[in-house]
Design a binder for this molecule. Structure first.
Ligand code: ZN
Length: 108
């Protein structure tokens, strides 16, 4: 595991070396939450996948690094709020015309 503070590629390229660690289920808006981990630095990432059924171009995902994943309290219903509390998160998907970038604050 790399030392803390190293700029791992997972911080600049979303999903660069992430593997799925576990599904956290869906929230009230039918967004899917899951937990990922970087194979290089061990950082934990929270992904939120959201799509309005029947609306093409509405698919979007958000991916944010979380410092201390607590499996006991981490659940889908808090996924949005956790991401919105981070300094930044990645976003992407058809809703953004396939663009990816970094943002912070409320999820679109
Ligand atoms: Zn990493």
């Amino acid at each position: 595991m790399a030392a803390r503070g190293d700029a791992c590629e997972c911080l600049s390229v979303p999903f660069a070396s992430l593997t799925l660690e576990g599904e956290l289920g869906m929230d009230a808006e039918l967004g899917e939450a899951s937990l990922w981990r970087c194979a290089r630095c061990g950082r934990a990432w929270l992904r939120y996948l959201y799509e309005l059924e029947g609306f093409t171009g509405s698919g979007r995902w958000y991916l944010g690094a979380i410092a201390k994943p607590d499996f006991a309290t981490l659940d889908a219903s808090r996924c949005r709020q956790t991401l919105e509390s981070l300094d930044w998160y990645f976003f992407g998907g058809s809703y953004f015309d396939g663009r990816t970038g970094k943002a912070s604050g409320p999820l679109a």
